[in-house]
Design a protein around this ligand. Structure first.
Ligand SMILES: [Zn+2]
Length: 1015
């Protein structure tokens, strides 16, 4: 699966607009007040404190003690607004304490006696339970022992005991083949299904246990005889109990059922869109990864239960149906319906099964005996050619690179109008967001870079994930890390103009930032609950996974990595693996100097990554490694990594041939240089997943060298120095003064990677200062950015540009310039917008500048209205997203309120874009506190749309909280999330959010003075 990202915040898997949430919002919904966006200021009444309390059903006196000091974000908002406009800016005051009105009455004697009796009774029961042979719950769940007496069985829906006590299914029965027949009704949004599963009993057992969720099962038969089925809903399991042990052998299990097409965008879900004639169209599609195949048909829904599948789909004539395999026949049924039957599939996991019923049209091409097709809604048929050409090229590349030909005779790529993920790699039927597959005639190479990336990622999955699959979700990185790595590697080879190298470097920096938190986790992590499985779809599995593969490839001799991968795919074709299997395959082909397994285990088993500190005295270099944590207080980590440490020096520094390697396995080691050097730079091109700190002399020599000539180091090395020193400052290892020392060289910098990294880091600090209402410092930071980047900003062209690298750079520069009002950026942007309007939207705004131009335009009522029309009418999804981003960047609170409501309920803005909306609003001062209140008040609605733990929720939480840096907001965040109980308090992202706020607070405490002096 491909998560969907914009800048550095992950964006959502999509959701469908629907009418699930019809209740009145607690804050005035301005959308209902007016047909377009015309907002009367009197309507925008915001009642922060009282509305929140009403939503929670609390009176003021019901506040618990922790909440008493709780400062309302909205209060802050109001204060800050007033302060901002009157130029008397200060941190807003907190609410006064609410006193409890009553005191606790003394208990009577009778009450005391009864209380003591109850206590004795409860204590006795606890002791009985404690001493009974019970089930030991561990993170892996309740392990069942041999005795049938010592497990606590759950109660099934019917009241009988459910015969299984674990989240994971028993291994005694596994599926061999599924025959699935489905009939979705797109008028009533329901479907009928029947599944016939050929099962193999490999250990005698009295039970068959499998998954089923939200299905109404009407009839179950086993080997032709009707049987009784038990259901335990909390674990989404069903079971059939037999009076006698089932002997080893094969049996047939038949299940008939009905269900609703899901509104929640996983399982078999309904989706809709409005075509250019204004007609609403509906479709049904699937999204099963990780745990939702069970919502479409009863199945053994774990990746290791591979099986073959034959699928039949009944539909109305106006629709087509698609599934993993090619269609073999269509049969006319009564009532004008038709049934499509698809060829038996290859052996695969349930999460890769897919089917779609829709009014799509497609174009096809043949490559290496595979028919590649791209499907979209008819209105967008002109936007599919780029994807088709790209998919064909990449398929040929992978067929050759893996020395293992794609095994199916067809490969469909389908753009779904409403879709949760960026894309999903279902075998033979890859589904995409429209943004990640369709390319319009005005699209630039930067738009193509995104589409190409996602196609390359999903195609890589056809081998990594589909052909060879991780045994369990703990090793999700084997799927996602590999697909992510292959996506960069394949594009660099096949489409070198797309500048994926710079993009991959940025991704590695993102992974380092996330992995430097205490709340991070090892690449391979034990997971059992559905939420834990969802949470594995994060930067560690994808981006760190890809980064450590790059490090390994750079460490092995040329060609060895590919040989090992080919070996791995051949050895484990159509089966399941663990990390160790990959390392073993690579060890077999690598020269004996590197023990792949020993080295790589240190990178998958430990969380985090090392900081290498370099101290040089003449030719003697002392190297020390430690676990790099942004917040190292109370850290007891003694993890050691096997680091293939690379370095270059002043005599040879920019070519690959200059690179030297030292394997640092211990805490400390000494490297003896053969000759004197002026300086050393470690982690050549940032290919390794670690950061480096030098002694004072080491930093000084590097900075001096860069000031003389930036080209003494490769652009990636320069970008890495910038990245590393900001991280060191954030951790407290260097002062911000030292960061500014390095930044002095930046005026000579012209390359995209170091400049965009510097802008990103400075922009983050600017936003933190702004949000803390440190307006004086924020404006001095803006001047600092102007002084260091102003000339470069002014020299950017606003014409069409073809180089991806130049576009990436200028869009970062101009976005910053316009947002900080530097130079004549806003005037230029306004000029381009006016030209575009005058041409009736036919003149072309360069696609990489569209967001910047639209953001400037969105700050006036007229511009915002025009953009809203553009958003509603555009059939180019990439343009639509840029327009929406601009709409959400407004500083007008009434419009912000309107957008938040409309994107969550899906009425005017697709719900799939809600995380983008939150992300953009939270970047700006005007709406970020309101967005946080909105998140709290609508938490239940939000988590019905975006599952707890999912990357959409991860993105929403980080967007809303990552710029808090005060004790008040820390307390508020802690209180809110701890009040959620099972609906979110346990998420790892919550720990990450809290840790991030603490880091922001500490950084501010330490560096505000430095900034006062030096900015
Ligand atoms: Zn993926």
């Amino acid at each position: 699966m491909e998560t969907f990202e914009s800048e550095r915040a992950p964006l959502p898997r999509n959701m469908i607009e629907n009418s699930m949430f019809e209740e009145e919002p607690d804050v005035v919904d301005l959308a209902t007040e007016s047909p377009s966006y015309a907002i009367d200021s009197d309507d925008a009444v915001y009642e922060p404190r009282s509305s929140r309390l009403l939503v929670r059903g609390l009176g003021e006196n019901d506040l618990d003690e922790d909440e008493e000091d709780y400062e309302s974000s909205a209060r802050l908002l109001g204060m800050s607004f007033m302060n901002r406009s009157s130029n008397q800016r200060s941190v807003a005051s907190s609410y006064t304490r609410q006193q409890y009105s009553g005191s606790c009455p003394k208990p009577s004697t009778k009450t005391t006696v009864v209380g003591v009796l109850i206590l004795v009774l409860v204590a006795s029961m606890i002791m009985v339970v404690y001493f009974l042979p019970g089930c030991t719950f561990t993170r892996k769940g309740c392990r069942k022992s041999n005795s049938t007496m010592d497990s606590i069985y759950p109660i099934s829906t019917s009241g009988e005991l459910f015969p299984w006590t674990q989240l994971r299914l028993p291994p005694s029965v596994h599926p061999v083949h599924y025959n699935i027949s489905l009939h979705p009704n797109l008028t009533f949004m329901t479907f009928q299904g029947s599944v016939s599963i050929l099962v193999q009993v490999s250990n005698e057992t009295k039970n068959i246990v499998l998954h089923s969720s939200d299905l109404n099962i009407s009839k179950v038969s086993f080997d032709g005889k009707e049987v009784h089925v038990l259901e335990y809903k909390p674990w989404q399991q069903i079971a059939i109990k037999f009076p006698e042990d089932l002997k080893n052998g094969q049996y047939v299990l038949n299940i008939n059922y009905t269900a609703k097409l899901s509104n929640s965008y996983d399982g078999f879900y309904n989706s809709s869109y409005v075509d250019t004639n204004g007609t609403k169209r509906v479709l049904a599609a699937t999204q099963f990864e990780p745990l939702a195949a069970r919502k479409a048909f009863p199945c053994f829904d774990e990746p290791a239960f591979k099986s073959t599948f034959t699928i039949k789909m009944t539909r109305e004539r106006k629709y087509i149906s698609l599934s993993n395999m090619p269609k073999v026949k269509t049969t006319d049924l009564k009532n004008g319906l038709q049934e499509d039957e698809f060829k038996e599939s290859v052996r695969m996991s349930t999460y890769l099964v897919a089917f779609i019923v829709a009014e799509f049209i497609g174009v096809s091409n043949n490559v290496s005996n595979t028919t590649v097709s791209v499907y979209a809604v008819p209105d967008k048929k002109d936007q599919v050619q780029y994807a088709l050409k790209t998919a064909c090229k990449l398929l040929e590349f992978y067929n050759a690179f893996f020395d293992n030909v794609y095994p199916l005779s067809k490969l469909d790529l389908v753009a779904i109008p409403d879709f949760l993920a960026g894309a999903m790699e279902n075998w033979g039927l890859i589904t995409f967001r429209e943004t990640t597959l369709l390319v319009g005639s005005n699209s630039s190479s930067i738009d193509k870079q995104l589409v190409t990336s996602v196609i390359a990622h999903e195609l890589a999955h056809q081998w990594f994930g589909n052909l060879v699959t991780m045994s369990w979700w703990n090793d999700l990185w084997l799927n996602e890390g590999f697909a992510t790595y292959m996506q960069y590697m394949s594009i660099e080879t096949v489409f070198p103009d797309l500048d994926m190298d710079t993009e991959f470097l940025k991704v590695r920096f993102e992974a380092l930032a996330k992995d430097a938190l205490n709340s991070s986790h090892p690449v391979s992590t034990v997971v059992s609950t559905p939420e834990q499985v969802e949470e594995m779809f994060d930067a560690v599995s994808y981006e760190k996974g890809a980064s450590i593969l790059l490090m390994l490839n750079a460490t092995l001799a040329d060609g060895e990595f590919r040989k090992g991968v080919i070996e791995y795919l051949q050895n484990y074709s159509l089966s399941n693996t663990e990390s160790e299997d990959l390392w073993n395959s690579l060890s077999q082909v690598s020269n004996k100097n590197v023990n792949v397994s020993e080295m790589m285990n240190t990178w998958t088993v430990h969380k985090g990554f090392p900081l290498v500190t370099v101290e040089r005295k003449g030719t003697q270099v002392t190297l020390t490694q430690e676990h790099f944590l942004l917040n190292a207080e109370n850290s007891t980590s003694d993890s050691l990594w096997h680091i293939p440490l690379t370095y270059v020096n002043d005599s040879c520094s920019s070519l690959s041939s200059c690179k030297q390697v030292f394997h640092l396995k211990d805490k400390t080691a000494t490297l003896k240089l053969p000759d004197q050097v002026k300086w050393l730079k470690f982690n050549f091109r940032s290919d390794g997943f670690y950061i480096v700190h030098y002694d004072d002399e080491g930093w000084k020599n590097l900075i001096d060298a860069l000031k003389k000539d930036v080209n003494v180091l490769s652009c990636k090395d320069r970008a890495a120095l910038i990245n590393n020193i900001f991280a060191l400052s954030r951790s407290g290892k260097v002062s911000f003064r030292e960061v500014l020392n390095l930044m002095e060289y930046i005026r000579n910098e012209t390359d995209t990677a170091p400049l965009t990294e510097a802008l990103f880091q400075l922009g983050q600090i600017y936003r933190l200062l702004d949000k803390r209402s440190e307006f004086d410092l924020a404006s001095r930071m803006a001047s600092y950015i102007d002084q260091h980047f102003g000339d470069l900003m002014a020299s950017q062209s606003w014409d069409l540009e073809s180089s991806v690298s130049k576009m990436t750079l200028r869009s970062a520069l101009l976005e910053m310039a316009c947002s900080l009002n530097i130079g004549n950026c806003s005037t230029q942007a306004k000029h381009l917008f006016d030209q575009w309007l005058a041409s009736n939207k036919t003149s072309q705004i360069p696609s990489d500048l569209m967001r910047t131009v639209f953001r400037v335009a969105a700050q006036t009522d007229e511009g915002w209205g025009t953009l809203l029309d553009t958003y509603k009418n555009s059939i180019n999804d990439q343009e639509k997203r840029k327009t929406l981003d601009a709409l959400a960047s407004t500083q007008d609170l009434r419009k912000i309120i309107w957008i938040l409501h409309n994107s969550l309920d899906g009425s005017e803005i697709q719900t799939q874009e809600f995380p983008l909306v939150i992300n953009t609003i939270c970047k700006n001062f005007a709406g970020y506190l309101y967005a946080w209140d909105f998140l709290k008040e609508n938490w239940d609605k939000i988590t019905q749309k975006f599952p707890v733990g999912s990357f959409a929720i991860q993105s929403i939480i980080m967007s809303a909280t990552s710029q808090f840096s005060t004790k008040t907001h820390l307390t508020e965040t802690q209180n809110f999330f701890s009040s959620l109980g099972t609906n979110g308090s346990q998420m790892r992202i919550v720990q990450e959010a809290i840790e991030t706020i603490k880091l922001n607070m500490r950084w501010m405490e330490k560096n505000l003075n430095t900034l006062q002096i030096w900015l």
